[in-house]
Design a protein around this ligand. Structure first.
Ligand SMILES: NC(=O)c1ccc[n+]([C@@H]2O[C@H](COP(=O)([O-])OP(=O)(O)OC[C@H]3O[C@@H](n4cnc5c(N)ncnc54)[C@H](OP(=O)(O)O)[C@@H]3O)[C@@H](O)[C@H]2O)c1
Length: 254
């Protein structure tokens, strides 16, 4: 631990999941005073993350919300700030869904389900956080994806939502900058999780071949990028998309 986030009060959405867990733990390791761990359904996993955060020396609480509900987004941010004693200094918009589906036959409701979860929730949580952060400034980091610029097959709704998340951050950076609020995105490549190699052996093999660094990402790789963006080291970085993909995007595609 090097104390890059000493005293900060953070909210990480989707922190019962693989990447969110990695982000929450890295924030605690870097000296955050409090980390609110959000989940929708995975209360047990989120509670385990909160317990680990406490072991690392930060205060923690589990907050449950379905982020497709705009009012729930606002309530979540309010509860996190209340837990922080009226302060919120860092929000990481990590929650998201990644279903695969062909465009042919996709209904507008199916499209909206992805866009509401991955994009509209980011708009609503950021707006609420910007209000909470107005007094002392803060940071908002959205988890986008390399698919924001290089879509994968059967992921039109997902890729479109992530591209919009990148542009939301750039727009929000313009509007919230005068209040000392920085807004950035982290775009991860393929991040390892339990059972991935068994569930998708061909994808994992192709990734390893494409990655100059020869490995899949780890949740803490994404966590490190989020720590950097939330820290004073990034005090002049806003409206930026930080790609964390082991170099895969640098490869020529033809
Ligand atoms: N895994 C990768 O390789 C990869 C690569 C690039 C980008 N990403 C992005 O990274 C983020 C985290 O992904 P992950 O791989 O860690 O996925 P994950 O383990 O499935 O976690 C996703 C989280 O999002 C939450 N969530 C889903 N729908 C929600 C809703 N309607 N309201 C509130 N929370 C909701 C889930 O909460 P509950 O489980 O509590 O319901 C879960 O904690 C996502 O935005 C994803 O698009 C992932």
């Amino acid at each position: 631990m090097s104390g890059l986030l000493t005293g900060q009060v953070a909210l990480v959405t989707g922190a019962g999941g693989g990447i969110g867990r990695g982000i929450a733990l890295r924030f605690a390791e870097e000296g955050a005073a409090a980390v609110a761990v959000h989940c929708r359904t995975a209360v047990e996993a989120a509670s385990e993350v909160a317990a680990r955060v406490r072991e690392l020396g930060a205060r923690s609480v589990v907050l449950q919300a379905d982020l497709t509900d705009e009012d729930a987004c606002r309530a979540l941010v309010r509860e996190a700030a209340e837990f922080g004693g009226g302060r919120l200094t860092a929000l990481v918009n990590n929650a998201g869904v990644q279903p695969t589906q062909p465009l042919d036959g996709m209904t507008a409701a199916e499209w909206r389900a992805v866009v509401d979860t991955n994009l509209t929730s980011v708009f609503a949580c950021t707006q609420a956080a910007a209000e909470a952060m107005r007094a002392e400034g803060g940071t908002v980091t959205h988890i986008a994806s390399i698919e924001a610029s290089a879509p994968a097959p059967l992921h039109a709704h997902y890729s479109a939502s992530k591209a919009a998340v990148v542009m939301h951050a750039r727009s929000a950076a313009l509007e919230y900058g005068p209040y000392g609020i920085r807004v950035n995105t982290v775009s991860p490549g393929l991040i390892d999780r339990e059972g991935l190699a068994e569930a998708w052996p061909e994808g994992v093999r192709r990734w390893r071949e494409a990655a100059p660094t020869g490995r899949l990402g780890r949740p803490e790789d994404v966590g490190d990028a989020c720590v950097f963006l939330a820290s004073p080291l990034a005090s002049w970085v806003t409206g930026h998309d930080l790609v964390v993909d082991g170099g895969v995007s640098a490869r020529p595609t033809w």
